[in-house]
Design a protein around this ligand. Structure first.
Ligand code: AMP
Length: 382
């Protein structure tokens, strides 16, 4: 019996474990929170990721280690990798944890990125703004997620407020300034690379965010084939360079028809949740297959799919289940403002059927605003 250890016990760990059950896998999760939602299905160790006694106990009970959460201390991942196989490898994790290292690597690999600069002081911020211009975004290098740890500098006068908000973190987690990209769309490549280097991608996904948090994902994205090929090439270059094993997401901005890389998520990703019902093999199952050295599953899509995130509140009713291709995933979390508590996926054989399903679900759940950008993209000629 193979046991997969997962660092982090949120909904990603929960969905990994659910997809691993048919493969006969066991799981052990480690999290700092006793009520982490994967713990409803999977045995869990609760403690600090730096606690060596706990890490040793974890390493002893598992055959392979992976992550649902990239902000696990890099030293802990390294410590574990000296005792048990860890995928993705600690170097890939370390790069993805630091926006500066990540953007520097993208640039080295000829993957275009927005202009950026490392910021260690207020003087450096002033100088970088002269070079990069406004609007721009000041971000923490580490520990930011879902738009947290970011300040948008719209005008030069905002510099003071930006420094007040984030300046203290220049010495702790570090800061990076990025040019603001007035993108036409946000895309993500969900890809998987096996232990033997085999590489596959699911069809390109288009994403919409609200307040920095993913709101909706549509697959396949309505883009031309050449753009998708470029996105897949960037993902492959990155995965090969990092000797990456497992699923990851490469988030991209599309501006004037060009792709600019925003970030690498070294794990299964929210914009790939549609693969559970919308693809031959889900991102969760393929992640497990990859880290265990099993053959990768087909990533082909089954029609068209849209994932809608439920953030801060649960649906009043499960009317979405009335849709022929409607699915609901409850993460078992208590609702709190800004917290992802579930998602629904709508799958259909054609884009026209998907539009109708989205319009019905938007109307019954009062979420017309959430589905509107997706339906208008599907209505548009391109
Ligand atoms: P991140 O945490 O970097 O993924 O940022 C969260 C969201 O903020 C992204 O999905 C974008 O919608 C937006 N964002 C981040 N960086 C930029 C940028 N350089 N230009 C424009 N929008 C951005």
């Amino acid at each position: 019996m193979t046991t997969v250890g997962i660092l982090g016990g949120g909904q990603l760990a929960r969905m990994l474990a659910l997809s691993g059950a048919p493969l006969g896998l066991r799981f052990l999760v480690m999290d700092t929170a006793p009520d982490a939602c994967a713990g409803q299905y999977v045995p869990m160790l609760v403690g600090d990721y730096r606690d060596e006694a706990m890490l040793a106990q974890f390493a002893q009970q598992v055959d392979v280690v992976t992550f649902d959460f990239e902000n696990v201390p890099a030293e802990s991942a390294q410590w574990l990798s000296e005792r048990v196989p860890v995928f993705p490898n600690p170097r890939a994790l370390a790069v993805a944890q630091d926006r500066l290292a990540e953007k520097t690597l993208f640039r080295e690999l000829d993957i275009p990125v927005p202009e950026f600069a490392a910021i260690a002081s207020r003087d450096e911020l002033d100088a970088a703004i002269v070079r990069i211009g406004v609007p721009c975004i000041l971000k923490t290098r580490r520990l930011g997620y879902d738009g947290k740890g970011q300040f948008r500098i719209k005008r030069v006068q905002d510099i003071v407020a930006a420094w007040d908000a984030l300046g203290a973190q220049a010495e702790t987690v570090g800061l990076i300034l990025e040019a603001f990209v007035p993108f036409e769309r946000e895309l993500s490549v969900i890809a998987v690379r096996g232990r033997d280097g085999e590489f596959r991608t699911w069809p390109l996904t288009e994403n919409w965010h609200v307040d920095g948090v993913l709101s909706a994902s549509l697959a396949p994205a309505k883009t031309d084939a050449a753009l998708a090929e470029t996105a897949f090439r960037h993902a492959r270059t990155l995965a090969d360079a990092l000797d990456y094993v497992g699923v990851f997401a490469l988030e991209l901005f599309c501006h004037n028809g060009e792709l600019l890389a925003n970030e690498l998520a070294p794990r299964v990703h929210n914009s790939g949740h549609w693969t559970i019902e919308g693809a031959e093999t889900s991102q969760f199952e393929n992640h497990l297959r990859a880290v265990l050295g099993l053959p990768l599953g087909d990533t082909r899509m089954l029609g068209h799919a849209c994932m809608l995130n439920w953030v801060g509140e649960l649906p009043e009713s499960l009317m979405v289940l009335r849709e022929p291709g409607g699915h609901w995933h409850d993460y078992g979390k208590s609702p709190r403002s800004g917290r992802k508590v579930g998602h629904s996926t709508l799958r259909a054989d054609s884009a026209t059927e998907l539009v109708s399903a989205l319009e019905r679900v938007g109307a019954i759940s009062g979420r017309q605003a959430q589905v509107a950008p997706v339906t208008s993209r599907l209505h548009a000629r391109k």
